[in-house]
Design a protein around this ligand. Structure first.
Ligand code: ATP
Ligand code: MG
Length: 562
């Protein structure tokens, strides 16, 4: 990864301050170990990229390491398909995990830890049903809980029952193992939480080896401790679980100076975007989108397919920063980051998306010539290329008006514009069909203005793009827009599916300068004056397909200038 990546992420925030302080105090022998712990039950999205940039960024900046750890302790919805995609997405985002671990590989050790808790008199096998527990024992925010009648079983009895739970002697849900903490705690998570349950579900990595599975709140601190994680970073909803995280480590005797510390930060939320895995899954399963990598999805693979560079996602996360307060980020900021990155890196080409034919009446029939174009005026080192010029061109329909309003600097009858890298072009006549629609323009060029330079100091205000109609390659252009019509889909109890944007996807046939047809899938380019586009894997040199990543209009920059 480029060196400047360190700079990109190194803005100081409260977590980095804590890390510095811990390092200075010599905690954990001066080591820094973090982890990104996705549950492999879906594709990761731009929200996860915030956690990824934080976990991997901190490890990199402080000379530590960051593991990718699959939190695969809940076998019901997990799958290898997700594992593979997450590994690929993390790497694409620019990070190299120090190790790839699976929480399920610790099932044996976790079981031992649970046995140890029983031995210490800190866990018991409970036979209350979930309903009984919720109704009569758990209590609520104002009422303390009540002790389970099974709470004071002997250690021996608990050891025996727990082993038999493991051996499959009881049916699903018949018994659970609970931590014995405090039924009067004001934090409901501390009222004897379940730490193991019986579940006869095949695990995607361990098959039917286990019929008991540990609960997240018990498993997570152990996973961290086994791996020597020093800073366990997670989102704010886990704040209320932290006392339990610490309780597990305390109860098993992990010394305070040598153990992971959980620190919470706020999630990334974006306007016009849903980030819940459940909702994203619904969009895919019910075919509202074409798949997890539909370019409208906020998934990392969707963004990649749309042409969003990984650097833009890292930049967004850097700008949003790390705080303790939940916020809502304007999706226009993401679009701004994408434009900034692509403006610097994407080569320019010409493509006409809504063609209007131009015939140059003072150009020889069959004549053709090469013109010189720059690949990226922002970066002359990117070199140039040749464009074929000829008698018949396509220009954008919106670049001509029969009755131009004042201040319209593009083409109209009798007016002159510059063709990008070409000539001064004057419209002599507009050919109309029976309904009065413009079907063709008859124009002349000033032969002395080759390369777009004024031959006599006369000025033209407008410069328009064009392609040679004879050599242009027709292509499928997929025009994407925001997936939802409202800032906060699903807010206030509204069904988010009713807020889908019906115009979030349409296709059109565009005409490309031939060089564009050779662009490899996944490459980002700018169509001059139109937007940034990315070659899609569905295309081929004969039948190119391009996805619109973003248009050129930057609403975020504009807002900042107001
Ligand atoms: P689930 O409901 O399945 O738990 P999740 O979005 O929390 O969904 P995980 O796989 O558990 O998914 O998430 C892995 C990590 O990514 C967690 O540490 C979580 O805190 C973090 N994360 C998830 N969503 C966001 C978000 N929007 N912003 C920042 N971090 C996130
Ligand atoms: Mg989660």
């Amino acid at each position: 990864m480029a060196e400047n990546q360190v700079m990109e992420n190194s803005a100081v925030d409260f977590i980095r301050e804590i890390v510095k302080t811990d390092l200075a105090a010599g905690k954990n022998d001066g080591k820094i170990v973090t982890r990104f712990p996705p549950e492999p039950n879906g594709y990761i999205h731009i929200g996860h990229s915030k956690a990824i940039c934080l976990d991997f960024g901190i490890a990199k900046e402080f000379g530590g390491k960051c593991n990718l750890r699959f939190d695969d302790t809940n076998p019901t919805k997990e799958d290898t398909e997700y594992v593979e995609s997450i590994i690929g997405d993390v790497k694409w985002l620019g990070w190299e995990p120090a190790n790839i671990f699976y929480a399920s590989d610790y099932f044996e050790k976790m079981y031992e830890c649970a046995v140890e808790l029983i031995r210490r008199g800190l866990a018991y096998v409970c036979e209350l049903s979930p309903e009984e527990w919720d109704e009569s024992y758990r209590g609520n925010l104002v009422t303390p809980g009540k002790e389970s009648p099974y709470r004071n079983r002997s250690v021996e009895e608990n050891l025996d029952l727990f082993e038999r739970m493991k051996n499959g002697e009881f049916s699903d849900g018949a018994k659970v193992l609970r931590a014995k903490i405090d039924m009067a705690s004001t934090n409901i998570n501390m009222r004897d939480p379940v730490i193991y349950r019986i579940r006869r579900v095949s695990h995607f990595r361990h098959g039917d080896k286990w019929c008991i599975y540990p609960m997240y709140d018990f498993a997570h601190p152990l996973e961290d401790a086994f791996e020597g994680v020093t800073h366990s970073l997670c989102t704010l909803e886990f704040e209320i679980h932290r006392p339990l995280y610490d309780w597990v480590l305390d109860s098993l005797g992990y010394p305070v100076d040598h153990r992971p510390r959980q620190i919470e930060f706020s999630r990334l939320n974006l306007t016009y975007t849903v980030m819940s895995k459940r909702k994203l899954l619904q969009l895919v399963k019910e075919h509202y989108v074409s798949g997890w990598d539909d370019p409208r999805m906020p998934t990392v693979c969707g963004m990649r397919r749309r042409g969003v560079p990984a650097s833009a996602l890292r930049k967004l996360n850097q700008l949003v920063g790390i705080t303790k307060f939940d916020g809502l980020t304007d999706v226009a900021l993401l679009e701004h980051c994408i434009r900034e990155e692509l403006n610097a890196t994407a080569p320019r080409f010409m493509a006409v998306l809504d063609p209007l034919e131009v015939e140059i009446i003072n150009y020889p029939a069959g004549g053709i010539e090469d013109l010189e174009a720059l690949n990226n005026p922002e970066n002359p080192a990117d070199g140039g290329r040749k464009l074929k010029f000829g008698k018949k061109l396509f220009i954008e329909r919106s670049d001509f008006m029969l009755e131009p309003p004042k201040g319209y600097y593009r083409l109209s009858v009798g007016k002159e514009v510059r063709l990008r890298y070409g000539y001064f072009l004057k419209c002599e006549n507009a050919v109309l069909d029976a309904d009065g629609n413009v079907v063709k323009l008859e124009c002349t060029i000033d032969l002395a203005s080759r390369g777009g330079n004024s031959p006599d100091g006369r000025k033209v205000k407008g410069t328009i793009h064009w392609v040679n109609a004879e050599t242009a390659v027709p292509a499928e252009i997929r025009l994407y827009d925001r997936l939802f019509t409202v800032e906060q889909p699903g807010a206030d109890g509204v069904d988010f599916l009713t807020q889908l944007n019906p115009d979030s996807f349409r296709t059109t046939t565009g005409y490309l300068e031939p060089a564009l047809a050779q662009i490899p899938a996944g490459t980002s380019v700018q169509f001059e004056r139109t937007g940034y586009f990315s070659a899609d894997r569905d295309g081929s040199p004969e039948k190119p397909v391009f996805n619109r990543t973003v248009s050129l209009k930057d609403s975020w920059s504009k807002q900042q200038k107001k």
